[in-house]
Ligand binder design. Structure first.
Ligand SMILES: [Zn+2]
Length: 385
């Protein structure tokens, strides 16, 4: 499969890297290449299934079914996917609906000038509390990420206001800073142009290829294994660390914040493949980070809680060991630079049936199973530090 990835280039699009041994690999094949690819797989003795017979048809059907416009919070439908504008409006509406315990914030503007908004849940606790940082949508096509982040943010606030003891303790004890959609230009483009766009939308001088992989662009162990130097690939690392304004906005925001508040929890929400991944990402050979035992214990507890809800199996472990090395990633930066103990990449549903094209009717079930893991993150951030 690795040879095929190298040899066939963009004739076949790999939805995951081939470097993870003993895990399935999903590839998207053009109609004219189907026969050739099947022949290669059969010659190599590799088993395969057709998961989606016609990707474009799935995209077109979802465009009809899953798009919805909402004008206010009362009509906001968590069971649908939402546009960039709707997500930013949702932040404003949530802050208006929960005055005093929430605030809106902006980390900066994207390459194309879109504000990147977030919601801070401060509860009624004192200023200077430890911080939980959540970011969704760093990869544009992973629509379930912003949708799940909005779902559990809403549920945290509903339960807090209803007086649920656990949520009151966690929201009063920690500041929760939540950016539902980080790669906003890429996200907007998945609605207006290419549904399967992953990267940012910045221009790469000297090439016709657009965009950098924002999860290979973080200024820690940048430019090593699992990050490409070639702008036309899906994992292009960028011209330098922090070259992408969306990444730079987060790193500057958090470095500044960490002067006065401790960032104890950091989660970059992705899809798909159902994984709960801890540092390190840049190398499987690197010595485990400080506090790795508790870091991995949290992951194990989180996936156990997830399974209890709808029976879905998520796998927990250090990223490079569980999957493959990828350098310049968000969770390594938070762990290595900020010293955040509970730093993760979480890959949400599914395990390959729809991949990036997860139907909207799975948003609520995904949110329901992830919610208890969000409480686990809060408990560790507050109690086990
Ligand atoms: Zn991703």
């Amino acid at each position: 499969m690795h040879k095929m990835e190298k040899r066939l280039g963009d004739r076949v699009e790999f939805w995951q890297s081939t470097r993870a041994l003993s895990r399935p690999v999903d590839v998207m094949v053009k109609p004219q290449e189907q026969h050739y690819v099947k022949t290669l797989l059969e010659a190599a003795g590799l088993e395969f299934d057709v998961m989606m017979d016609d990707v474009q048809k799935v995209i077109d059907d979802q465009r009809m079914d899953d798009r919805v416009t909402s004008s206010d919070l009362a009509s906001f439908d968590y069971a649908k996917y939402h546009t960039y504008d709707e997500i930013q409006q949702w932040i404003k509406d949530m802050v208006a609906a929960y005055p005093g315990i929430t605030e809106a914030f902006t980390i900066g503007n994207s390459y194309e000038g879109r504000p990147i908004g977030g919601i801070k849940i401060k509860g009624s606790g004192n200023p200077g509390k430890p911080v939980v940082w959540f970011e969704g949508g760093i990869h544009a096509r992973e629509w379930i990420s912003p949708a799940t982040v909005m779902y559990f943010t809403n549920r945290l606030l509903e339960n807090y206001v209803a007086g649920s003891a656990e949520e009151v303790r966690l929201l009063d004890g920690l500041d929760w800073l939540i950016v539902p959609s980080l790669n906003v230009d890429g996200y907007a483009y998945t609605w207006s142009g290419d549904r399967l766009w992953r990267k940012t939308r910045s221009v790469n001088k000297g090439t016709p290829c657009i965009g950098t992989d924002p999860n290979r662009n973080w200024p820690y162990e940048w430019g090593g294994e699992g990050a490409s130097t070639w702008p036309c690939t899906l994992t292009y690392r960028g011209s330098e660390p922090n070259s992408e304004i969306e990444v730079k906005s987060v790193t500057e925001y958090l470095e500044n914040l960490s002067k006065t508040q401790e960032v104890r929890v950091f989660v970059d929400w992705h899809s798909y493949t159902q994984l709960w991944l801890a540092p390190w990402s840049y190398s499987a050979a690197a010595p485990a980070p400080k506090g790795a035992d508790q870091q991995l214990a949290l992951g194990d507890e989180a996936v156990a809680e997830i399974k209890k809800v709808h029976g879905k199996e998520y796998t927990s472990g250090p990223l490079a060991e569980t999957l493959y090395a990828s350098s310049g990633s968000s969770l390594d930066w938070a762990c290595g630079v900020l010293g955040t103990k509970y730093s993760y990449v979480v890959e949400l549903r599914d395990s390959g049936e729809y991949g990036f094209l997860l139907p909207a009717n799975q948003i609520i079930p995904t949110g329901e199973e992830i919610y208890p893991s969000v409480l686990v993150l809060g408990r560790y951030g507050l109690d086990k530090y």
